[in-house]
Design a protein around this ligand. Structure first.
Ligand code: PMP
Length: 370
């Protein structure tokens, strides 16, 4: 082997990294962009003020090591307490927390079990950390089978409710069954909890194997600042914190997130009012879609999942009318509606009704010609 060959070998990225595509959704600039499930009303005014006032004095310094002020504010928001053995780990988006949780608990070759389709980053973080995805099917009506998940005896079991991209929620019975019977760590992703009729965060007080992750990117309107967190028993949280490393939430993001959690109509009141708007408009949009002959899945999030074999063409036509929705293809056929749509679906974020009217207009036109 020549020196050059050896150098080439040393410069090879890890196999798991070489095989990974870059995340590359369609991000064409459009007048109405409902492709990302973010808060389409904007950000809490209190957070905007907090960023402006924190910037001059905090930008030249490192943020707090492990975001202690944020931890205290979030635990109070969730009605949880360190006194009950509960801890919190924050991160650069809940992505960061999910990634660190897999790294903290999974040895190379261990399995991460989940029902598909689910959040696209989960198989990616799984492989990046040297673990193996154990992909289980959903039922014909978007059900997650708790017994199948438990029977897999994976090192890590991932649940997502409401689930991205299907928008559907798991039943309390199913969530509790997995939490009570899984062999290893259970990660319950509640990124869309603020829009859901039932939330399961408080199960952390009943199970030491549960990490619940949530985010400021959706209802809280701070996706651009990248703040998320996980709550669970102090032992789990401590391990995830170690795997995560220090300084992951930047100073301005932390100030904005803490401000959003304060009481008042331009802080937490703003967040809850906009989440309630999203739920109302979600139902209005769902019936408008049904009138157009589409069949959105029953949604518990701030977006709709609409199986249709024409998804790619419809999305293309809508984009030409400056409306960006997410077209998904290659989805598993276990869900009856997705099978009928040959694995294609649209994912449509919910926002102010005026933008939904614009979306519906583009959709009607797209359906006529796609
Ligand atoms: N979980 C789910 C289910 C999501 O849909 C997303 C964002 N698309 C995330 C986690 C990650 O969100 P963030 O990193 O912005 O907190």
């Amino acid at each position: 082997m020549s020196v050059d060959d050896r150098r080439a070998g040393l410069l090879q990225p890890r196999t798991a990294v070489r095989g990974l595509p870059l995340y590359a959704p369609d991000v064409a600039p459009c007048a109405v962009d409902v492709s990302e499930n973010v808060n389409l009303w904007g950000s809490p005014p209190a957070s905007l003020r907090a960023v402006t006032s924190a910037a001059p004095e905090r930008m030249n310094r490192y943020p707090s090591l492990y975001s202690t002020p944020l931890r205290d504010a979030v635990l109070a928001y969730l009605g949880l307490s360190e006194a009950n053995g509960i801890g919190l780990v924050s991160g650069c988006g809940s992505d960061d927390v999910l990634d660190a949780a897999i790294r903290a608990f999974g040895e190379a070759g261990d399995e991460v079990a989940f029902a598909a389709p689910t959040f696209v980053m989960i198989p990616i973080f799984t492989r990046l950390n040297g673990l193996v995805p154990a992909v289980l099917p959903m039922g014909p009506n978007y059900e997650v089978d708790p017994q199948r998940l438990v029977d897999r005896r994976a090192k890590i079991t991932y649940l997502c409710t409401p689930n991205n991209p299907t928008s559907t929620a798991m039943t309390r019975e199913a969530v509790e069954y997995v939490v009570d019977h899984a062999a290893g760590l259970v990660v319950l992703d509640e990124a869309y909890a603020e829009f859901a009729p039932d939330v399961f965060t408080s199960l952390v007080t009943r199970s030491e194997r549960l990490l619940v992750t949530r985010t400021f990117s959706k209802a809280f309107g701070l996706a651009g600042l990248r703040v998320g967190y996980g709550v669970g028993s102090t032992a789990i949280v401590e391990a995830v914190t170690r795997a995560r490393g220090p300084y992951k939430v930047n100073a301005l993001a932390e100030a904005a997130a803490v401000a959003a959690l304060s009481e008042g109509p331009d802080a937490l009141g703003w967040v809850t009012a906009r989440a309630a708007d999203a739920v109302t408009i979600r139902e209005r949009l769902a019936s408008a879609l049904r009138e157009l002959g589409l069949e959105p899945a029953p949604s518990a999030g701030n977006f709709l999942f609409v199986p249709t074999s024409r998804a790619p063409a419809i999305a293309r036509e809508m984009r030409q009318r400056s409306v960006l929705v997410r077209a998904l293809s290659g989805l598993p056929h276990d869900i009856a509606g997705v099978k009928a749509a040959d694995g294609h679906a649209l994912r449509i974020g919910v926002g102010p009704w005026e933008s939904m009217e614009r979306l519906l207009e583009a959709l009607r036109e797209a359906l006529a010609c796609a």
